[in-house]
Design a protein around this ligand. Sequence first.
Ligand SMILES: NC(=O)CC(=O)C(=O)O
Length: 299
Amino acid sequence: MAKISARPFRLALCQLGGTGKIKSHNIELARKIVAQAASSTPKPDLIVLPEIWNSPYAVTSFREYSEKIPEVGSTGSDSDSEGETIKALREMARESGCWLIGGSIPEIEEKTDSIFNCATAYDPQGKLVAKHRKVHLFDIDIPGRQTFKESDSLTGGSTLTTFEAPFGKIGLGICYDVRFPEMAMVAARQGCAAMIYPSAFNTTTGPMHWTLLQRARAVDNQIYVSMCSPARNPEAAYQAYGHSMVVNPLGDVLVEADEHEAILYADIDTELLATTRRNLPVTIQRRFDVYPDVSKGFQ
Ligand SMILES: NC(=O)CC(=O)C(=O)O
């Protein structure tokens, strides 16, 4: 179990609204909301965008809107290896002077012709510091209410993702990944202060599980948990839930949006991480002699 080494930091969630079928328009909307988030006082350290914001959230759109995404560490000098959204996200990070989780976009891997739902993160110099391909694809069928099958056009990723920033280590997942507690547990055991999920629940599963899952992941692992959604668009085929949220290690909801466009700010209190773990020391009371250590092989 790695110790959490983090300093207090400020998180800004951009619940982006107004996106539609025109990719360049979606990118301009993202630029505006990131710039607005960065201009607030105190300035946030880390800004977050939602899941699949440059494209409609539809299995029939992912290939058309997909882009190449280079490997982690890329500074964008080889401009052929990345698409317009990635170039724009690098600029947003540089211009804002903040760390940026650029939500997720559809990624094409040319050598296998596979499409992934991929989240990226950047430092304030625009360097790509993390790339997470959604591991658990959103394939559900609640008859008459919500049916979705990402696996019709997407391939699942096969790695877990964390990145180190000066304010602490952050775990990155995407939406449906939150339903798999092992992922957040591994991140927590690797010393992450927060698990952040660009997301897009819907008006069926949102009321059922959105808050419950974040509070569960936070309390189980005594970390901050946050999901950043797009705003709801009444004209879209997929009705995003909205309700972007940050939950603290005690399971308290610190901030929550409604369904409209919004920017939410939350202060990540590293002292609370420490006191929660001191007062309720479950992270050191686990009985891996009785049940298997799910994080074995990842530390
Ligand atoms: N959109 C998702 O990936 C997940 C979701 O909406 C849900 O789990 O519910």
